[in-house]
Ligand binder design. Sequence first.
Ligand code: G3H
Ligand code: 13P
Ligand code: ZN
Length: 334
Amino acid sequence: MKVSFKELGLVNTREMFAKAVKGGYAIPAFNFNNMEQLQAIIQASAETKSPVILQVSKGARNYANQTLLRYMAQGAVEYAKELGWKKPQIVLHLDHGDSYELCKSCVDFGFSSVMIDASSLPYDENVKLTRKVVNYAHKYDVTVEAELGVLAGVEDEVSSEVSHYTKPEEVIDFVKKTKCDSLAISIGTSHGAYKFTPEQCTRDPQTGRLVPPPLAFDVLKAIEKKLPGFPIVLHGSSSVPQEYVDMCNKYGGKLPNAVGIPEEQLRKAAKSAVCKINIDSDSRLAMTGAIRKHLAENPGHFDPRQYLKPAREEMKKMYVHKIINVLGSNGKAR
Ligand code: G3H
Ligand code: 13P
Ligand code: ZN
């Protein structure tokens, strides 16, 4: 049986993106796979009164089950109200949808937003598939994110190679033909905790830390010029906080040379047409760091609540920090 996201108390991205672009801030898009992550996201959003996008990836669906995740998101709306957030603005979004069938099933199942990621297909096929998803989703007022350009993978020799970037000359035609509501672009971000190889970075002489190459703000500017006011999305935007990498490594982890996107660059992007910033890896690092620390310091503990509670607190702290200091979305959903 079909259910509309509206019946679940969720919202789509249309209005929140329009406000974010105008207001010079970005909406956080946090991935979740389990209850503790979801609790931390909702607690942080409710406390800061920030609109929020809950993202469900293919990996999350395989891990936790799509049905369960959707009911959890539905429950999250009620939980947010319980926390005193009178008008929660929560989006349930399919992250990196890879087929029409999957996007359709999410629309039918109460998602308020879907991403069709056909960026690895040739341009015309990307247009065709995206348009098909948009045609279906818009019937139900579900918003659609599409992608143009290819995000670099950790395996790439040169992840900032210009050929990966979104081509500004294609964006007008793509948006016109597909009628997508937002566009994910490639300007040098990538997924995971190893966004750049040490060879691509320089080293801070004082700390010895890796300093990644800057994002291609010139490409972002050129895209903004072509599509004034159109919502732009940045994937792969974890900053890979060194404190969490250090915490993991200090307590038995092995994450050598993990490096992300510096927060100042994300803050700069958030002030532009970038109105959705995707963060997943930072939550993984916060959770794993806190669990490792807790178990190392308390070898006798075996009740998962004992180590998941500090992990949840660490994630919440991290989400609040991102909302206030990086995205600037605090107070935008009162
Ligand atoms: O875009 C990728 C997200 O970080 C989700 O990753 O497929 O491992 O859940 P995942
Ligand atoms: P990170 O791996 O940088 O957190 O990116 C997440 C993402 O883009 C989800 O779609
Ligand atoms: Zn992504």
